[in-house]
Each structure stands twice: as C-alpha cells, then as structure tokens.
Design a protein around this ligand. Sequence first.
Ligand SMILES: Cc1cc2nc3c(=O)[nH]c(=O)nc-3n(C[C@H](O)[C@H](O)[C@H](O)COP(=O)(O)OP(=O)(O)OC[C@H]3O[C@@H](n4cnc5c(N)ncnc54)[C@H](O)[C@@H]3O)c2cc1C
Length: 457
Amino acid sequence: MFGKKILTKCMNSYLMTNFQKELVIIGSGWAAKSIVDNLPKKILKSTLVVDNLSRSKINQYSFQPPENYLSPAINHSILGGSSKIWHGVLGSLDRYEESYFKKANPHVVRGKNFASDFFKISKKSLESEYEDNYSVRPYFTPYITSRLGKKDFQDIALKDFYVKTFSKLENGLIKLTSYDKETIFCKKLIIAAGALGSTEIILRSLGLYGEENGVSFTDHAISPIGISKLSSKKTEEHFFKSHLKAKNNSKGHFKYSIDSLPNPTRDERFSIFFRKSLFNKISLREEKIRNSIVSFRSNGLSYKDIKNIFLNPNILISLLALKVGVKGLGSYNQVFCLSTQDREPDRLIYLDKKENLHLNWHVTDKEVSRKINFAKNLLNAEFEPFDSEDIKKVTGGSAHITSNLVKFVGKDEESIKFIDNSNVYIIGSSTFSKPILSNNTLAIVSQAISFAREELL
Ligand SMILES: Cc1cc2nc3c(=O)[nH]c(=O)nc-3n(C[C@H](O)[C@H](O)[C@H](O)COP(=O)(O)OP(=O)(O)OC[C@H]3O[C@@H](n4cnc5c(N)ncnc54)[C@H](O)[C@@H]3O)c2cc1C
C-alpha cells in the first residue's frame, strides 16, 4: 500500500515535469493564431496550442442548435473553430465603439494598427463616414476567404487535446484535463476557445450548472427585410458618394453598410446593406439554401445542397454577385439588415444539471419591427418591407459573435485576467461586454496582438 502511494507520487511528479509547459493556449482560431505570431521567441519554444482535432469527439459532444441558428460550427470545437468557416469580411470599429472599448476593453483599441497589418489591409480604407442620422462603414470582402487550419500552426507544438476543465494546483501550476482524461500542466494559460468554447470551459471548471449560472450570448441577427425601389445608381449616389473612390484591393472588394447611430438606452444597432435579387419576394426555402452553402466551408456541400443551388438561378447569381462582384444583374435591391442584439436574460450559454451544453438564442418581434423602422426612416417611400412574420422566420444567427465572460474576470472590464488568478487569461470573442456591430474578427485580432505584445514579454 505504502509502496503504491510512493509510486503514484513519483508518477505524478514525472508527469508534471514531462508534460509541463510554460504556456498553453486553448484554441486555434484567429485569437490563438494572432497571439502565436506575436509571442517572444523564448516563450514560443515552450508553448503548446491544444485543440480538438478529432471529428469523432466533435460528433460525440455536439449539441442541437436552436431554431433559426444557422452555423454549421454549432459543435464549435473543430480545428480552426469559427475561423475555419467564417466569411472573411473585415470591418473596423466605428468611433462610437472605439470610444466605448477604449475604456472597457482597451487592448482592442491599442492593437488596431497591428490587426490591419496582420490582415494586410489599410486602416484608412476601413474608416467610417458620419452623417446626421446614420454612418457609412466600408467593409472588405475577399474573393477567397483565408481559413485557418493545421498549416497555420506549423511553427508551434500543436496537440489533440479537447479540454474539459482546468484547475489551479497548490504549487501554482495549472492543470488541464481533457475529455479523454489526459492531463497537461502549465505555468500560464490562455483560453482562446471562442464565444462558446471559452464559456463552456469556464462554466465546467467552476462547476456552474443550471440556467441561472448561464453566460449571456449575442449574435448577428441577419435577414432580408424588404425591397428598395431606389436604383443602384441612386443608392450609390445617395449613401455611398464619398466612398466611391475607396481603394480597391486586388484580392477582394469593398462594400458598404449603412449603420444606425448608437441608442443611449440599448446596445442594439442596425446595419443595412443591399443585395441583388432576381425576384421581388422573400423565400424561406431560398434563405435556407443560401445558409446551407456556409456549411460547404467546413463540411463540404451535400448532394442535396448542390442540386438546390443549381435548380435555383437566383441563388447561383447572388452567389456569383457576392463572390466576384457581378454588376448589373437582378432588377431588385433586396434590403438586408444585420443587427447586434441587446443582452436579453434568456439568450444564454449554459450547462444543464446533467452537464450538457445549451445555447438559447432567439429573435424577438420587437427586434424585427425596429429593423423595419430603421429602413423606413432611411429609405422612406422607396422601401417596401416584407411581412414581419416572414422576416422573423428567416432571421438567423450564425457567427458566435460575443459572449460575456467579463462577468467572471477582475473587478473592472479592462481585465482579461481570469478572476484573481494572474496566470489565466481569456482572449477573443468571449470577452466583449457589449456586442460589436461590425464583423468582429478585426477587433478580436487587435485585442489578441496587443495582449501578446504587452502582457507576455
Ligand atoms: C459562419 C460564420 C461566418 C462568419 N463570418 C465572419 C466574417 O465575415 N467576418 C468576421 O469578422 N467574423 C465572422 N465570423 C466570426 C468569426 O469567425 C469569429 O469571430 C472568430 O473566428 C472568432 O475567433 P476566436 O479565435 O475567438 O474563436 P474561434 O475561431 O471559434 O476558435 C476557437 C477555437 O477553440 C477551439 N476549442 C473550443 N473549445 C475547445 C475545447 N474545449 N478544447 C480545445 N479547443 C477548443 C475550437 O476548436 C477553435 O479552434 C463568422 C463566424 C461564422 C460561424
């Protein structure tokens, strides 16, 4: 018995020294990639990136998406994460967001120049212009989206390790335990596992089960909301006049959204953009097919998807227009609206008492009618809204935009350190107390690079 105890102790200390790393990063999305690329050389040598590299585990631990939730990455843990299936659209913070994040999440603002360099896009080309009751924001859409994968982590140790929990040991080390019951020990831990993944790891590690312990979650609620009768020329003249000469990048093109100004009583904001469409109608089926196309980025298109695309010329043409900027096709301008969402108490990520992960996400009637009103105020009689029930049916979420783990970090929101434990950090989409209107990746990368440069020296 005594001998067995000593043996176990020896084994433990052997494991401690052999599987001990200076730094472990959980996740291989944009947040992790931008940290890795900015780590000092001496830390890089003793850093390990862990992620779930096995599809069988994904199937085992995936969960049902809520109604209208579109993302194929609902199982959220896959090499590259959302960064493997994202659309690649880059938009920067506008001046309202910037002034908020300057105080609340200052790394986001301090790293913005690094982030534009990271994506090789000039910061100037993403600057918004401001009118009395709206602003115009340029966003860059690449022809071919760069997607993260194993190839992007070649210069660093990468391990198949699906993290279940972490804990701090008495000797100051941090212990990570996987779903396969493997362990890794490290001195510093960065949790960069996305809005869903980081939240899940922290809830499990703290043993917080039940809806009452959930973490609020928001997404882009996106849908077609009506038809603009303005010709494309008039739309451009009216809204995008000052942007017409924006510099074109050879690997993609710039488009513009019309954004609502912030409302002092709510976080919700709206972005309107126009999409060429051949038909003056809304079709649930069509929207579903369009959205299933997203899955092609991670899982490949099914035979059914391909058939649906080829049998529906509207989708084919819109896809072409989206990807290669075909001009002059389609007679109607479908008005799309993307909104950030207010944090509602029942839009949550939580673990139930049986330890299963849940995502509660929905769109409210009020959100839909506020979208319609925003478009009406902008386009007046030129806007013909779709039926609000139909809009609600096709309004989807997909991008895992933000979860609010800020409630677990230090006293103020500036801190990305986890509670009082100075060696555990949370980075990325789970650290935003206020949802972001534009595409959030540039903000995440800004935060991650400035964090790596300032805190990990
Ligand atoms: C369909 C879609 C389209 C999008 N389009 C855009 C866009 O056009 N523009 C834009 O700016 N943003 C877009 N986004 C959002 C963007 O992809 C995310 O904001 C960004 O990828 C977040 O980066 P991240 O590194 O924080 O998280 P993620 O990219 O989600 O990475 C998280 C990583 O953590 C890993 N992980 C999770 N749990 C565990 C665990 N328990 N153990 C080990 N590893 C774990 C995952 O496998 C993954 O590698 C889109 C998202 C989706 C889903």
